[in-house]
Design a protein around this ligand. Sequence first.
Ligand code: IFM
Length: 407
Amino acid sequence: MEKDLKFPEGFLWGTATSAHQVEGNNHNQWTEWEESPKRINYLKSKELNPADFISAGACDHYNHCEEDFDLAKAMNNNTHRFSIEWSRIEPQEGNFNQAEIEHYRKVIRALRARGIEPFITLWHWTMPIWFAEMGGFENRDNIIYFVRFCDRIVSELKNEVKYWIILNEPMRYAGMAYLAGEEPPQKKNPFVFLRVISNLAEAHNRVYEAIHRIDPNAQVGIAHQMNYYEGWPASFINWFWSKRFLKKIEKHFDFIGLNYYRRLLIKGFNFNAGKGQRIDVGWEIYPEGIYHVLKSLDRYQKPIYITENGLADSQDRWRAKFIIDHLRWIHKAISEGVDVRGYFHWSLLDNFEWAYGFWPKFGIIEVDRETLERKMRFSGKVYGEIARTGSITPEIIKIVEGGKNYD
Ligand code: IFM
Protein backbone atom coordinates (compact mmCIF):
# COMPACT_ATOMS: atom_id res chain seq x y z
CA MET A 1 0.00 0.00 0.00
CA GLU A 2 1.17 3.49 -0.86
CA LYS A 3 2.57 5.48 2.06
CA ASP A 4 1.30 8.87 3.24
CA LEU A 5 2.26 11.96 1.28
CA LYS A 6 2.89 14.31 4.15
CA PHE A 7 2.93 18.08 3.59
CA PRO A 8 5.34 20.28 5.56
CA GLU A 9 4.48 21.35 9.12
CA GLY A 10 2.49 24.61 9.10
CA PHE A 11 1.28 24.15 5.52
CA LEU A 12 -1.77 26.33 4.89
CA TRP A 13 -4.99 24.74 3.68
CA GLY A 14 -7.77 26.96 2.47
CA THR A 15 -10.16 28.10 -0.18
CA ALA A 16 -10.50 31.39 -2.05
CA THR A 17 -13.28 33.75 -3.14
CA SER A 18 -13.55 37.27 -4.54
CA ALA A 19 -15.94 39.97 -3.38
CA HIS A 20 -17.89 40.51 -6.58
CA GLN A 21 -18.37 36.81 -7.15
CA VAL A 22 -19.86 36.01 -3.75
CA GLU A 23 -20.92 39.06 -1.73
CA GLY A 24 -23.96 40.25 -3.62
CA ASN A 25 -25.34 43.75 -4.16
CA ASN A 26 -22.17 45.46 -5.19
CA HIS A 27 -22.15 48.53 -7.34
CA ASN A 28 -19.10 48.67 -9.54
CA GLN A 29 -18.12 48.72 -13.23
CA TRP A 30 -19.06 45.03 -13.55
CA THR A 31 -22.62 45.46 -12.23
CA GLU A 32 -23.11 48.36 -14.64
CA TRP A 33 -21.87 46.23 -17.51
CA GLU A 34 -23.96 43.18 -16.53
CA GLU A 35 -27.11 45.30 -16.56
CA SER A 36 -26.31 47.41 -19.64
CA PRO A 37 -28.77 47.21 -22.57
CA LYS A 38 -25.94 46.08 -24.85
CA ARG A 39 -25.16 43.09 -22.64
CA ILE A 40 -28.83 42.20 -22.05
CA ASN A 41 -29.57 42.34 -25.78
CA TYR A 42 -26.56 40.18 -26.51
CA LEU A 43 -27.74 37.55 -23.99
CA LYS A 44 -31.26 37.62 -25.37
CA SER A 45 -29.92 37.20 -28.89
CA LYS A 46 -28.31 33.96 -27.68
CA GLU A 47 -31.60 32.94 -26.02
CA LEU A 48 -30.01 33.15 -22.58
CA ASN A 49 -31.80 34.37 -19.48
CA PRO A 50 -30.10 37.64 -18.43
CA ALA A 51 -30.87 36.91 -14.75
CA ASP A 52 -28.37 34.04 -14.92
CA PHE A 53 -25.67 36.52 -15.95
CA ILE A 54 -26.29 39.36 -13.50
CA SER A 55 -24.43 39.08 -10.20
CA ALA A 56 -27.28 40.71 -8.17
CA GLY A 57 -27.40 39.04 -4.72
CA ALA A 58 -24.75 36.43 -5.74
CA CYS A 59 -24.32 34.10 -2.70
CA ASP A 60 -25.12 36.88 -0.24
CA HIS A 61 -21.82 36.01 1.38
CA TYR A 62 -21.81 39.58 2.70
CA ASN A 63 -24.50 38.46 5.18
CA HIS A 64 -23.70 34.75 5.33
CA CYS A 65 -19.97 34.95 5.93
CA GLU A 66 -20.08 33.49 9.44
CA GLU A 67 -21.99 30.45 8.18
CA ASP A 68 -19.55 30.10 5.29
CA PHE A 69 -16.55 30.28 7.60
CA ASP A 70 -18.12 27.59 9.80
CA LEU A 71 -18.02 25.39 6.72
CA ALA A 72 -14.38 26.33 6.06
CA LYS A 73 -13.65 25.37 9.65
CA ALA A 74 -15.56 22.12 9.24
CA MET A 75 -13.09 21.40 6.40
CA ASN A 76 -10.27 21.95 8.93
CA ASN A 77 -9.01 24.90 6.91
CA ASN A 78 -6.45 27.14 8.55
CA THR A 79 -6.48 29.90 5.93
CA HIS A 80 -8.90 31.70 3.63
CA ARG A 81 -8.39 34.13 0.76
CA PHE A 82 -10.95 36.82 -0.04
CA SER A 83 -11.01 40.27 -1.61
CA ILE A 84 -12.05 43.68 -0.38
CA GLU A 85 -14.51 45.47 -2.64
CA TRP A 86 -13.10 48.89 -3.45
CA SER A 87 -16.49 50.21 -4.62
CA ARG A 88 -17.95 49.59 -1.15
CA ILE A 89 -15.08 51.33 0.61
CA GLU A 90 -14.86 54.37 -1.67
CA PRO A 91 -18.17 54.66 -3.56
CA GLN A 92 -17.41 58.30 -4.42
CA GLU A 93 -13.91 59.55 -5.03
CA GLY A 94 -12.30 60.47 -1.73
CA ASN A 95 -15.36 59.46 0.38
CA PHE A 96 -14.36 56.46 2.43
CA ASN A 97 -17.16 54.48 4.04
CA GLN A 98 -16.00 53.57 7.54
CA ALA A 99 -18.94 51.21 8.10
CA GLU A 100 -17.75 49.07 5.18
CA ILE A 101 -14.20 49.05 6.52
CA GLU A 102 -15.65 47.81 9.80
CA HIS A 103 -17.52 45.11 7.90
CA TYR A 104 -14.23 43.72 6.62
CA ARG A 105 -12.71 44.00 10.09
CA LYS A 106 -15.58 41.81 11.28
CA VAL A 107 -14.92 39.36 8.45
CA ILE A 108 -11.26 39.10 9.46
CA ARG A 109 -12.17 38.60 13.11
CA ALA A 110 -14.73 35.96 12.19
CA LEU A 111 -11.95 34.07 10.42
CA ARG A 112 -9.46 34.49 13.24
CA ALA A 113 -12.06 33.33 15.78
CA ARG A 114 -12.10 30.05 13.85
CA GLY A 115 -8.32 29.76 13.68
CA ILE A 116 -8.26 30.78 10.02
CA GLU A 117 -5.49 33.06 8.71
CA PRO A 118 -6.80 35.72 6.28
CA PHE A 119 -5.12 36.37 2.93
CA ILE A 120 -6.56 39.59 1.54
CA THR A 121 -6.72 40.53 -2.12
CA LEU A 122 -6.87 44.28 -2.65
CA TRP A 123 -8.01 44.17 -6.27
CA HIS A 124 -9.88 41.34 -7.92
CA TRP A 125 -10.94 43.11 -11.15
CA THR A 126 -13.75 45.34 -9.91
CA MET A 127 -13.52 49.09 -9.38
CA PRO A 128 -15.77 51.97 -8.32
CA ILE A 129 -17.78 53.54 -11.13
CA TRP A 130 -15.98 56.89 -10.76
CA PHE A 131 -12.61 55.18 -11.22
CA ALA A 132 -13.81 53.27 -14.29
CA GLU A 133 -15.22 56.49 -15.74
CA MET A 134 -11.80 58.11 -15.37
CA GLY A 135 -10.42 55.31 -17.53
CA GLY A 136 -9.41 52.90 -14.74
CA PHE A 137 -5.92 51.54 -15.24
CA GLU A 138 -5.75 52.84 -18.80
CA ASN A 139 -4.35 56.09 -17.40
CA ARG A 140 -1.12 56.21 -15.48
CA ASP A 141 -2.31 59.29 -13.59
CA ASN A 142 -5.11 57.22 -12.04
CA ILE A 143 -2.74 54.90 -10.17
CA ILE A 144 -2.63 57.33 -7.25
CA TYR A 145 -6.27 56.58 -6.46
CA PHE A 146 -5.65 52.87 -6.19
CA VAL A 147 -2.59 53.47 -4.03
CA ARG A 148 -4.63 55.75 -1.77
CA PHE A 149 -7.35 53.09 -1.37
CA CYS A 150 -4.79 50.39 -0.54
CA ASP A 151 -2.98 52.72 1.83
CA ARG A 152 -6.22 53.36 3.72
CA ILE A 153 -7.18 49.69 3.97
CA VAL A 154 -3.76 48.54 5.08
CA SER A 155 -3.45 51.36 7.63
CA GLU A 156 -6.82 50.37 9.08
CA LEU A 157 -6.27 46.63 9.12
CA LYS A 158 -2.52 46.23 9.55
CA ASN A 159 -2.81 44.84 13.06
CA GLU A 160 -5.19 42.14 11.93
CA VAL A 161 -3.65 41.01 8.64
CA LYS A 162 -0.25 39.66 7.70
CA TYR A 163 -0.73 38.55 4.07
CA TRP A 164 -1.72 40.96 1.30
CA ILE A 165 -2.24 40.14 -2.36
CA ILE A 166 -2.26 43.37 -4.35
CA LEU A 167 -3.58 42.22 -7.72
CA ASN A 168 -5.44 39.16 -8.89
CA GLU A 169 -4.48 37.89 -12.37
CA PRO A 170 -3.61 41.21 -14.01
CA MET A 171 -2.80 39.51 -17.32
CA ARG A 172 -6.15 37.71 -17.50
CA TYR A 173 -7.96 40.96 -16.64
CA ALA A 174 -6.14 42.98 -19.29
CA GLY A 175 -6.53 40.22 -21.87
CA MET A 176 -10.28 39.79 -21.44
CA ALA A 177 -11.02 43.50 -21.07
CA TYR A 178 -8.71 45.01 -23.70
CA LEU A 179 -7.60 42.28 -26.11
CA ALA A 180 -10.44 39.78 -26.43
CA GLY A 181 -12.85 42.62 -25.58
CA GLU A 182 -15.22 40.21 -23.84
CA GLU A 183 -15.36 41.79 -20.40
CA PRO A 184 -15.77 45.40 -19.27
CA PRO A 185 -14.86 47.85 -20.64
CA GLN A 186 -14.90 45.59 -23.74
CA LYS A 187 -12.26 47.39 -25.76
CA LYS A 188 -10.19 45.62 -28.34
CA ASN A 189 -7.03 47.61 -28.58
CA PRO A 190 -3.60 46.00 -28.29
CA PHE A 191 -1.94 49.30 -27.45
CA VAL A 192 -4.30 50.02 -24.58
CA PHE A 193 -3.92 46.38 -23.51
CA LEU A 194 -0.15 46.82 -23.21
CA ARG A 195 -0.56 50.13 -21.42
CA VAL A 196 -2.96 48.64 -18.87
CA ILE A 197 -0.47 45.84 -18.13
CA SER A 198 2.30 48.32 -17.61
CA ASN A 199 0.10 50.53 -15.38
CA LEU A 200 -1.02 47.55 -13.30
CA ALA A 201 2.62 46.59 -12.75
CA GLU A 202 3.43 50.17 -11.72
CA ALA A 203 0.39 50.17 -9.40
CA HIS A 204 1.57 46.91 -7.87
CA ASN A 205 5.06 48.29 -7.26
CA ARG A 206 3.82 51.49 -5.67
CA VAL A 207 1.33 49.69 -3.43
CA TYR A 208 4.03 47.21 -2.40
CA GLU A 209 6.16 50.08 -1.18
CA ALA A 210 3.22 51.77 0.54
CA ILE A 211 2.32 48.57 2.41
CA HIS A 212 5.87 48.09 3.60
CA ARG A 213 6.03 51.70 4.77
CA ILE A 214 2.91 51.05 6.86
CA ASP A 215 3.90 47.59 8.06
CA PRO A 216 7.49 46.47 7.45
CA ASN A 217 6.53 42.94 8.55
CA ALA A 218 3.69 42.48 6.08
CA GLN A 219 3.96 39.69 3.52
CA VAL A 220 2.95 41.08 0.15
CA GLY A 221 2.45 39.26 -3.13
CA ILE A 222 0.40 38.74 -6.24
CA ALA A 223 -2.08 36.10 -7.40
CA HIS A 224 -0.71 35.38 -10.85
CA GLN A 225 -2.44 33.09 -13.30
CA MET A 226 -0.05 30.79 -15.12
CA ASN A 227 -1.16 28.07 -17.51
CA TYR A 228 1.09 25.26 -18.58
CA TYR A 229 1.82 25.63 -22.29
CA GLU A 230 3.01 23.04 -24.78
CA GLY A 231 3.54 23.24 -28.53
CA TRP A 232 4.93 26.02 -30.67
CA PRO A 233 5.72 28.72 -29.66
CA ALA A 234 5.06 27.70 -26.03
CA SER A 235 8.17 29.41 -24.69
CA PHE A 236 7.21 32.74 -26.26
CA ILE A 237 3.63 32.48 -24.98
CA ASN A 238 4.90 31.55 -21.56
CA TRP A 239 7.23 34.53 -21.57
CA PHE A 240 4.50 36.92 -22.65
CA TRP A 241 1.60 35.74 -20.48
CA SER A 242 3.43 34.44 -17.43
CA LYS A 243 6.98 35.67 -16.99
CA ARG A 244 6.83 39.22 -18.33
CA PHE A 245 4.59 40.59 -15.59
CA LEU A 246 6.66 38.94 -12.86
CA LYS A 247 9.73 40.56 -14.37
CA LYS A 248 8.09 43.98 -14.09
CA ILE A 249 7.42 43.50 -10.38
CA GLU A 250 10.42 41.34 -9.57
CA LYS A 251 11.78 43.46 -6.72
CA HIS A 252 8.34 43.96 -5.24
CA PHE A 253 7.00 40.70 -3.89
CA ASP A 254 7.61 38.70 -0.74
CA PHE A 255 5.78 35.66 -2.06
CA ILE A 256 4.29 34.46 -5.32
CA GLY A 257 0.66 33.38 -5.47
CA LEU A 258 0.10 30.94 -8.29
CA ASN A 259 -3.35 30.49 -9.85
CA TYR A 260 -3.08 27.30 -11.89
CA TYR A 261 -5.97 25.78 -13.81
CA ARG A 262 -4.95 24.07 -17.03
CA ARG A 263 -2.69 23.11 -19.89
CA LEU A 264 -3.00 24.73 -23.29
CA LEU A 265 -1.59 23.30 -26.49
CA ILE A 266 -0.27 26.01 -28.77
CA LYS A 267 -0.17 25.80 -32.52
CA GLY A 268 0.77 29.17 -33.94
CA PHE A 269 -2.12 31.46 -33.00
CA ASN A 270 -4.38 28.60 -31.84
CA PHE A 271 -4.70 27.61 -28.21
CA ASN A 272 -6.42 24.28 -27.58
CA ALA A 273 -7.25 22.01 -24.67
CA GLY A 274 -5.40 18.69 -24.67
CA LYS A 275 -6.94 15.23 -24.67
CA GLY A 276 -7.41 14.90 -20.89
CA GLN A 277 -10.72 14.99 -19.02
CA ARG A 278 -12.53 18.30 -19.58
CA ILE A 279 -14.30 20.29 -16.87
CA ASP A 280 -17.75 21.87 -17.37
CA VAL A 281 -16.31 25.00 -19.01
CA GLY A 282 -14.18 22.90 -21.37
CA TRP A 283 -10.75 23.29 -19.77
CA GLU A 284 -8.55 20.22 -19.68
CA ILE A 285 -7.61 18.72 -16.30
CA TYR A 286 -3.83 18.48 -16.36
CA PRO A 287 -2.39 18.11 -12.84
CA GLU A 288 1.20 17.58 -13.99
CA GLY A 289 1.23 21.14 -15.35
CA ILE A 290 1.25 22.61 -11.86
CA TYR A 291 4.53 20.83 -11.18
CA HIS A 292 6.23 22.32 -14.24
CA VAL A 293 4.93 25.79 -13.43
CA LEU A 294 6.11 25.50 -9.83
CA LYS A 295 9.56 24.38 -10.98
CA SER A 296 9.74 27.41 -13.25
CA LEU A 297 8.96 29.70 -10.29
CA ASP A 298 11.73 28.25 -8.15
CA ARG A 299 14.26 30.68 -9.63
CA TYR A 300 12.66 33.60 -7.76
CA GLN A 301 13.60 31.96 -4.45
CA LYS A 302 10.43 33.23 -2.75
CA PRO A 303 7.73 31.33 -0.87
CA ILE A 304 4.93 30.19 -3.15
CA TYR A 305 1.25 29.80 -2.29
CA ILE A 306 -1.17 28.15 -4.68
CA THR A 307 -3.68 31.00 -4.44
CA GLU A 308 -6.15 29.30 -6.82
CA ASN A 309 -6.67 25.86 -8.26
CA GLY A 310 -10.04 24.37 -9.00
CA LEU A 311 -12.65 23.36 -11.52
CA ALA A 312 -16.23 23.83 -12.65
CA ASP A 313 -17.83 20.47 -11.88
CA SER A 314 -21.56 20.67 -11.15
CA GLN A 315 -21.83 16.94 -10.45
CA ASP A 316 -18.73 16.91 -8.22
CA ARG A 317 -17.51 13.93 -10.23
CA TRP A 318 -13.89 14.97 -10.58
CA ARG A 319 -13.21 17.50 -7.84
CA ALA A 320 -11.88 15.18 -5.11
CA LYS A 321 -9.58 13.39 -7.54
CA PHE A 322 -8.58 16.71 -9.12
CA ILE A 323 -7.46 18.02 -5.72
CA ILE A 324 -5.52 14.89 -4.87
CA ASP A 325 -3.83 14.68 -8.26
CA HIS A 326 -2.75 18.34 -8.14
CA LEU A 327 -1.54 17.94 -4.57
CA ARG A 328 0.59 14.94 -5.58
CA TRP A 329 2.41 17.08 -8.13
CA ILE A 330 2.72 19.94 -5.67
CA HIS A 331 4.17 17.49 -3.17
CA LYS A 332 6.69 16.32 -5.74
CA ALA A 333 7.78 19.92 -6.36
CA ILE A 334 8.13 20.44 -2.59
CA SER A 335 10.16 17.26 -2.25
CA GLU A 336 12.52 18.66 -4.90
CA GLY A 337 13.00 21.85 -2.90
CA VAL A 338 10.32 24.24 -4.22
CA ASP A 339 9.11 26.32 -1.28
CA VAL A 340 5.32 25.86 -1.54
CA ARG A 341 3.61 26.88 1.69
CA GLY A 342 -0.10 26.66 1.08
CA TYR A 343 -2.98 25.62 -1.16
CA PHE A 344 -6.22 27.56 -1.70
CA HIS A 345 -8.92 25.71 -3.56
CA TRP A 346 -11.03 27.84 -5.91
CA SER A 347 -13.63 28.22 -4.68
CA LEU A 348 -15.29 27.98 -1.30
CA LEU A 349 -18.73 28.53 -2.87
CA ASP A 350 -20.54 28.15 -6.16
CA ASN A 351 -20.48 31.73 -7.32
CA PHE A 352 -20.76 34.31 -10.09
CA GLU A 353 -18.25 33.25 -12.72
CA TRP A 354 -17.98 36.62 -14.46
CA ALA A 355 -19.15 36.63 -18.10
CA TYR A 356 -20.10 32.94 -17.79
CA GLY A 357 -22.70 33.89 -15.17
CA PHE A 358 -23.82 31.45 -12.52
CA TRP A 359 -23.85 28.15 -14.38
CA PRO A 360 -20.22 27.02 -13.82
CA LYS A 361 -20.07 25.42 -10.38
CA PHE A 362 -16.61 26.00 -8.92
CA GLY A 363 -17.68 25.57 -5.28
CA ILE A 364 -16.46 22.91 -2.92
CA ILE A 365 -19.65 24.03 -1.15
CA GLU A 366 -22.80 23.89 -3.26
CA VAL A 367 -25.05 26.96 -3.07
CA ASP A 368 -28.73 26.75 -3.98
CA ARG A 369 -29.39 29.95 -5.90
CA GLU A 370 -33.02 30.18 -4.83
CA THR A 371 -32.78 29.41 -1.12
CA LEU A 372 -29.06 30.25 -0.68
CA GLU A 373 -28.78 27.01 1.25
CA ARG A 374 -25.18 25.79 1.50
CA LYS A 375 -24.27 22.10 1.26
CA MET A 376 -20.82 20.64 1.53
CA ARG A 377 -19.98 18.50 -1.47
CA PHE A 378 -18.33 15.09 -1.21
CA SER A 379 -15.08 16.72 -2.32
CA GLY A 380 -15.35 19.14 0.61
CA LYS A 381 -15.32 16.23 3.01
CA VAL A 382 -12.30 14.76 1.27
CA TYR A 383 -10.52 18.13 1.35
CA GLY A 384 -11.35 18.36 5.05
CA GLU A 385 -9.59 15.06 5.65
CA ILE A 386 -6.54 16.18 3.71
CA ALA A 387 -6.39 19.41 5.74
CA ARG A 388 -6.94 17.56 9.02
CA THR A 389 -4.13 15.09 8.42
CA GLY A 390 -1.90 17.44 6.40
CA SER A 391 -1.43 14.44 4.13
CA ILE A 392 -2.80 12.34 1.37
CA THR A 393 -3.23 8.99 3.05
CA PRO A 394 -4.14 5.60 1.55
CA GLU A 395 -7.43 5.90 3.46
CA ILE A 396 -8.26 9.17 1.73
CA ILE A 397 -7.44 7.69 -1.65
CA LYS A 398 -9.68 4.73 -0.91
CA ILE A 399 -12.50 7.08 -0.01
CA VAL A 400 -12.08 8.98 -3.28
CA GLU A 401 -11.91 5.81 -5.32
CA GLY A 402 -14.98 4.51 -3.50
CA GLY A 403 -17.05 7.42 -4.75
CA LYS A 404 -19.70 9.31 -2.89
CA ASN A 405 -20.40 7.03 0.07
CA TYR A 406 -18.14 8.94 2.33
CA ASP A 407 -19.64 10.30 5.53
O1 IFM B 1 -13.46 32.72 -10.98
C1 IFM B 1 -12.18 32.98 -11.45
C2 IFM B 1 -11.44 33.91 -10.52
O2 IFM B 1 -12.13 35.11 -10.31
C3 IFM B 1 -10.08 34.23 -11.07
N1 IFM B 1 -9.36 33.04 -11.43
C4 IFM B 1 -10.04 32.06 -12.22
C5 IFM B 1 -11.38 31.72 -11.60
C6 IFM B 1 -12.11 30.66 -12.45
O3 IFM B 1 -12.29 31.12 -13.73
